[in-house]
Design a protein around this ligand. Structure first.
Ligand code: F6P
Length: 587
């Protein structure tokens, strides 16, 4: 059947559509006409087209001039519960923002947010609700999934974690030889690792959390690389170590191998019966937990309506963090996240921080054509924030088809990366200032947790850090012109090299402090931002089929390695390149 664009696709950019089909390697005539006709993509809507046309106006502006408009700048500042967002350094006018609200309306953003909170199965390819907001809801909240209020289940697990972590911390739960378990190794990967690691790193210097963590260690074993095992057990005594196996599915190859490795480490030192006292689990699959040899009473459940990368507020994060810092600190973290959940659900778009963040991302990616974003916290404690958000964002929105399975004629998702400032300044900022345009998120903290005031110096070490936080966005926005350089008597031949074009977008997010509560706020703001982007792009942000192919190919390789090692079977069934590499590896 020859391809004929359906009514809903008539206005979309056919060239882009063709390239999307090519990416999927589907000839045009293989795309069922009926299915395509039933779906309206966001790029077919008038607000999308208006924004496309509006980019021409924006190309004529420069942030240097936009920043002179005080009224515009004032309108681009929002505060909620101590968080302050300034997005005046976005390449956008008030008209742009207005058009973005219209786009949100066309995408039924409000309705989609409501569908999420009401437990509809918006993760349609896995037929699941998406309810990570229930993980931090107050005890008396009602959030339904499949007709059942899930909040009491959430609190049952939280109460169980509180009880267990207190027992471990106060020494009433001891190891097989009667010694207190002061060290914890949490085994898990991806969403069962990155979020808890980010929060742990962020809390490590919070004075209150530090006090509660005295004498204790928390380590994370993620990579299947045996070096990661060696690093994790270095200096630890199995007698005083508790291992927490964290896996939603309890089937992830890396995690299960690491779990078997540490089970052997414990049982060879203390005998197989020691596993009962030294290993606990967090999973949705309690049958497999038991099969592995962990007492189901020592398992902490979560549910299929929690996506792996959205699971840090479930037992995935709450258990290891409570063991390290005590439940009361973790409860503050949950409250911070919950405060943003309520804000996201109820605040009007013009005051809604996650909605604004999400819409601006869509603007930068889909209209201005900037595919990447740098996450730049001016806080060393947030060193693991960018890696965590990288998974939340890229695993959620790295999709090539709409939620209805139609190839996207526009790019969705963005490339997230980042490092704490000022370290990043001495690494990749050169490219951001004079090379490619990469929208930046600057995250700053008003009050340092560990201030240093040197004798005779008025500006504290934290002030020094924050001077950079305030300076960088202006350097990106204003740049430096040849005229300015001439006035500074810069030699002619250096002028092109020392010129900064400016007009590079960023936003600044200022938090009052970096305690558990604010960390929760930051996490939830970014989680919801990703959700907003996905809703507007019309994709399913809650599945991750793209990780499956590599996993199944690794299984084939594993089988081959086994056959070659045990029966000397030659490498077979792979292409020439992989056969050569595998043969070389086996030799
Ligand atoms: O990388 C794919 C993935 O499925 C992630 O989504 C998930 O967070 C991670 O693997 C770990 O999965 P599990 O918690 O089931 O071990």
């Amino acid at each position: 059947m020859p391809f004929r664009p359906s009514h809903s696709l008539l206005d979309c950019e056919l060239l882009n559509l063709a390239s999307a089909f090519c990416q999927l390697q589907l000839p045009f005539f293989f795309i069922p006409l009926v299915e395509m006709a039933s779906t309206t993509l966001i790029c077919d809507t008038q607000p999308w087209k208006d924004l496309k046309a509006h980019t021409e106006d924006i190309k004529k502006t420069h942030l240097r001039d936009l920043m002179n408009d005080k009224e515009r700048c004032e309108s681009m500042m929002v505060e909620f519960d101590g968080m302050f967002l300034d997005y005046s350094r976005q390449c956008a006018t008030l008209e742009t923002i207005d058009k973005l609200y219209k786009l949100a309306e066309a995408a039924s953003l409000k309705q989609q947010i409501n569908r999420m909170y009401s437990g509809e199965h918006i993760n349609s390819t896995e037929n699941r609700s998406v309810l990570h907001v229930a993980l931090r809801a107050p005890r008396d909240a009602v959030i339904n999934s499949d007709g059942k209020n899930v909040v009491p289940d959430v609190w049952n697990v939280l109460d169980k974690i509180k009880d267990f972590s207190e027992k471990v911390r106060n020494g009433s739960w001891v190891g097989a030889t009667g010694k207190p378990l002061k060290d914890v190794i949490a085994i898990g990967i991806g969403g069962s690792f990155l979020g808890p690691l980010f929060v742990h790193a962020a809390l490590q210097t919070d004075p209150e959390a530090v006090e509660f963590a005295k004498g204790r260690q928390l380590r994370f074993l993620a990579n299947v690389d045996p070096i990661d095992v060696a690093r994790n057990i270095a200096g630890l005594n199995p007698e005083t170590t508790l291992v927490v196996v964290v896996s939603k599915t309890f089937t992830t190859a890396e995690t299960m191998l690491n779990a078997r490795t540490l089970r052997e480490w414990i049982s060879s030192a203390l005998g197989p019966s020691a596993v009962a006292k030294h290993m606990v689990a967090v999973s949705t699959n309690l049958t497999l937990v038991e099969k592995f040899g962990i007492d189901p009473n020592n398992a902490f459940a979560f549910w299929d309506w929690v996506g792996g990368r959205y699971s840090v507020c479930s037992a995935v994060g709450v258990l290891p963090l409570s063991l390290q810092y005590g439940f009361s600190i973790v409860e503050k973290f949950l409250k911070g996240a919950s405060s943003i959940d309520e804000h996201f659900r109820s605040a009007p778009f013009e005051k809604n921080i996650p909605v604004l963040l999400g819409l601006l991302s869509v603007w930068n990616v889909s209209f201005l054509g900037y595919p990447a974003r740098a996450i730049l916290p001016y806080s060393q404690a947030l060193e693991k924030f960018a890696p965590h958000i990288q998974q939340v964002s890229m695993e959620s929105n790295g999709k090539g088809v709409s939620i209805d399975g139609v190839p996207l004629p526009y790019e969705a998702g963005e490339i997230d990366f980042g490092e704490p400032g000022t370290n990043g300044q001495h690494s990749f900022y050169q490219l951001i200032h004079q090379g490619r345009v990469i929208p930046c998120d600057f995250i700053g903290i008003v009050k340092s947790q560990q201030p240093v005031y040197l004798k005779g110096e008025v500006v504290s070490n934290h002030d020094e850090l924050m001077s950079n936080f305030f300076a960088q966005p202006d350097a990106l926005a204003y740049g430096k012109t040849a005229e300015q350089l001439l006035k500074e008597n810069v030699s002619q031949h250096l002028i092109p090299h020392k010129t900064f074009s400016g007009n590079r977008p960023s936003l600044s997010l200022l938090l009052p402090s970096l305690n558990a509560y604010n960390i929760g706020q930051l996490l939830a703001s970014y989680e919801h931002r990703v959700t907003v982007e996905g809703f507007v792009w019309g994709i399913n942000s809650f599945d991750q089929w793209g990780v499956e192919l590599g996993k199944s190919l690794a299984t084939q390789v594993r089988k081959q390695l086994n056959a070659s090692r045990t029966k000397s079977e030659p490498v077979e069934g792979f292409n020439f390149s992989t056969t050569t590499l595998l043969t070389r590896y086996l030799q």
